[in-house]
Design a protein. Structure first.
Length: 134
């Protein structure tokens, strides 16, 4: 069972411009930029209370974020929920009939192990499960 909403992922075309925009909206600076080379993405994180906003900009034209923006435009890409035991939760969600994009967790940004549920089974919302790496 997810513990809480960990972050909201937002796909953006221009990371620098979006960082300026979200600084104005939220009144706080981004606390971290991090590249996830395996996903072809540069991330930028804002902390608001105990929820993070993750801006995601493509670093490769064939990355999932580039494809997402090409198809749907900028906007909310995913909701990420914190998990206490991501492997167990993935098995549980699969047994409940949720198709998995990732059957095993993989490395993500912000020192997290991550995995996604397919949006075709979640009202077209991409759901990420994430857990702090040990």
């Amino acid at each position: 069972m997810p513990k809480k909403l960990e972050h909201i992922g937002i796909a953006v075309a221009d990371l620098e411009a979006s960082e300026k925009l979200f600084k104005k909206i939220l009144g706080v600076d981004s606390y971290k930029r991090e590249e996830v080379e395996s996903e072809g993405v540069m991330t930028s994180f804002f902390l608001l209370g105990d929820v993070k906003i993750e801006l995601l900009a493509a670093t490769k034209p064939d990355s999932p974020i580039a494809k997402y923006i090409e198809k749907r435009g900028e906007g909310i890409h995913h909701l990420a929920f914190e998990s206490e035991n991501i492997e167990k939760e993935l098995k549980e969600k699969e047994s409940q009939g949720f198709p998995l994009i990732n059957s095993e967790p993989k490395d993500g940004a912000d020192n997290k192990s991550i995995a996604f549920l397919h949006p075709k089974s979640t009202n077209s919302v991409l759901i990420e499960l994430c857990q702090d790496k040990f």
